[in-house]
Design a protein around this ligand. Structure first.
Ligand SMILES: Cc1cc2nc3c(=O)[nH]c(=O)nc-3n(C[C@H](O)[C@H](O)[C@H](O)COP(=O)(O)OP(=O)(O)OC[C@H]3O[C@@H](n4cnc5c(N)ncnc54)[C@H](O)[C@@H]3O)c2cc1C
Ligand SMILES: NC(=O)c1ccc[n+]([C@@H]2O[C@H](COP(=O)([O-])OP(=O)(O)OC[C@H]3O[C@@H](n4cnc5c(N)ncnc54)[C@H](O)[C@@H]3O)[C@@H](O)[C@H]2O)c1
Length: 515
């Protein structure tokens, strides 16, 4: 049966790059296979979580029968409307910022920087299309997976319907992800707004852009659009942006956004939106006063809503909650023992690498844990994450406040980049490496790095935590000079210096006498 792409919005514009993307992730002439009599595993949703589960299970060469069902675009949010397009825009916006900041480096900034927004977006579309064969329907078919394009719903505890097909399964995995939460603001729907599903289809830069939400989506995209030519007003409910992050780290990013000339409206509530000849008028309350801002477009980045609807979960006894998604235990098993879940649909960690890691747990727990033996747990994962503002904030492990809440005795070592030679040479001294360790021990509990490429540095600390190496081990690792990652070694050396008690100092002094 040929399946039509009309059921879900296609990405715009339908130029050669988006056509190439669509031909990979939702081919218009795709013919769904005839279902097997029974599948070992049926996976609903072909975002990161679903793709990794399906490829992992089928790729083992054990002859397992695996089906993968996707109603919209294979690759899900990450490839199509999330990580990949946002990071492409961020890269272009960093070029603009570097050109504007060239003068202190002895290079005259041009008087006017011409930004070809259409070309920026075309570059993004080209790169996204170039990555898409990896997630394509064709590639997954060639891996031996039965790929079905169409919306899936459970029929009973052993069968899933997709279009006119019925797929019988031994185990099923729900990996249907999440979508942008629609804020309840009077007049917003009528005025129209962008979400991550539509913002990457723009071909013209909105001169005035309001961004609702100061989390990772809001901050990353607000800064990118500001630098690419929009006058951005960023509205956030709370008193500080990125309020789940380390407060010192978030403050640096907040100051940078102000330096980028972005307008911040904090501690506010949005009252209503009206359309006038001048544009979309946002009425907001702050400090008990009502004010207005007029914009051309509104981008919503105010959290995610899990895709639990139209799956018929009640019929199969899978508990869920419209806000937090499918309920799973530490093994990612739902309340129906034959059905598991992975990724944004069920996890607080809404990251591509988290979906990937969860998918690996699901493969093990669904296929290789007879009688529940040897199952892997979500709570054993050490999860880093990065917010790709400029500078970036990278984090792993506990925050100071979490350690305090757990009653732990801790110390924090902070190395500012202003004391790191390479950061001075790079003119990137704003930021720090902060490492939280157990008091009286070198055990690392958590770390936050703020730097232009913090995301490239955090894995060293993640590795240390995963392999249970402490600060002493990091202190013994030779870091090439000059690199910004030397800040990590400096932090480890700072810990080692705390071990120098007056007694050990006198012992060392004695040793020098006989050397
Ligand atoms: C703007 C933005 C930027 C981001 N940047 C980053 C980043 O830099 N780094 C990072 O780690 N994370 C980032 N994320 C988060 C990341 O994209 C998600 O965590 C990740 O995509 C989750 O993968 P998933 O497989 O759980 O869900 P999804 O990618 O959402 O995939 C779920 C799939 O299921 C399909 N589906 C839903 N219902 C059905 C149904 N009934 N039948 C069949 N198919 C169905 C959907 O169409 C979708 O393709 C970003 C997200 C956004 C929105
Ligand atoms: N770099 C990355 O890894 C990356 C990038 C983007 C998104 N993501 C993932 O996507 C998820 C969703 O991101 P997000 O930024 O949409 O959600 P979020 O929940 O992290 O942040 C949204 C913020 O918007 C605020 N908000 C909500 N309604 C508002 C309103 N009406 N007015 C003003 N402020 C309002 C909320 O208080 C919240 O702090 C994140 O949890 C993250 O894991 C990751």
């Amino acid at each position: 049966m040929t399946h039509s792409i009309q059921q879900e919005p296609a990405l715009q514009p339908l130029d050669e790059y988006n056509q190439s993307l669509m031909s990979n992730v939702h081919p218009i002439d795709w013919v769904n296979p005839s279902p097997a009599a029974n599948y070992d595993l049926v996976v609903i949703g072909a975002g990161t979580a679903g793709l990794v589960v399906a490829a992992g299970a089928a790729g083992l060469g054990l002859g397992l029968k695996v089906a993968l069902i996707e109603k919209n675009l294979m690759g899900g949010d990450c490839l199509n409307v999330g990580c990949v397009p946002s990071k492409c825009l961020i890269r272009s916006s960093r070029v603009v910022a570097q050109m504007r900041e060239a003068t202190p480096f002895g290079i005259q900034s041009p008087d006017a920087i011409e930004i070809d927004f259409a070309a920026v977006m075309q570059r993004m579309r080209r790169i996204r299309a170039g990555i898409s064969p990896h997630d394509s329907a064709e590639r997954f078919r060639n891996l031996g997976i039965d790929v079905f394009l169409g919306p899936a719903e459970f029929v009973d505890s052993g069968a899933i319907a997709v279009n006119t097909h019925l797929l019988r399964f031994k185990k099923a995995v729900i990996a249907t992800g999440a979508r942008a939460t629609r804020p309840q603001i009077s007049g917003l729907a009528e005025a129209g707004y962008l979400t991550n599903e539509t913002v990457f289809s723009l071909t013209e830069c909105p001169p005035r852009l309001a961004v609702i939400g100061g989390g990772p989506i809001g901050c990353e995209l607000a800064q990118a659009f500001q630098r690419l030519g929009s006058q951005v007003t960023l509205f956030h409910k709370h008193g500080h942006l990125l309020d789940r992050e380390d407060a010192d780290a978030a403050e640096i990013v907040q100051q940078q956004l102000l330096q980028d000339n972005l307008k911040l409206v904090l501690d506010c509530s949005l009252e209503k939106v009206e359309i006038t000849d001048a544009g979309k008028v946002i009425h907001y309350r702050q400090n008990d006063e009502i004010n207005t801002v007029v914009v051309d477009e509104i981008l919503v980045g105010a959290g995610r809503t899990p895709n639990v609807d139209r799956l018929n979960l009640d019929a199969v006894g899978v508990k869920y909650d419209a806000r937090h998604g499918v309920v799973v235990d530490d093994y990612l098993q739902t309340t129906n023992p034959h059905i598991y879940a992975a990724g944004d649909i069920c996890m607080n960690w809404k990251f591509t690498h988290a979906a990937d890691a969860a998918a690996r747990i699901v493969i093990k727990n669904t296929l290789f844990s007879p009688f529940g033996l040897g199952r892997s747990k979500l709570s054993n994962l050490v999860m880093p994450w990065v917010t790709y503002t400029d500078p970036e904030i990278a984090h792993v492990g506990l925050y100071e406040r979490e350690a305090q809440e757990q009653g732990m005795e801790t110390n924090t070592i902070t190395i500012p980049f202003s004391s790191v030679d390479r950061a001075l040479a790079d003119g990137e001294t704003e930021g720090f490496v902060k490492i939280l360790h157990k008091r009286g021990s070198d055990q690392i509990l958590g770390a936050t790095i703020v730097a232009r490429h913090a995301g490239e540095m955090i894995s060293e600390i993640t590795l240390a935590i995963v392999t249970k190496q402490g600060l002493s081990a990091l202190s013994g690792v030779i870091h090439p000079y000059p690199t910004q990652a030397e800040a990590i070694k400096k932090a480890a050396d700072a810990y080692r210096r705390t071990l120098l008690t007056p007694r050990t100092k006198s012992l060392l002094k004695l040793l020098t006498k006989f050397s």
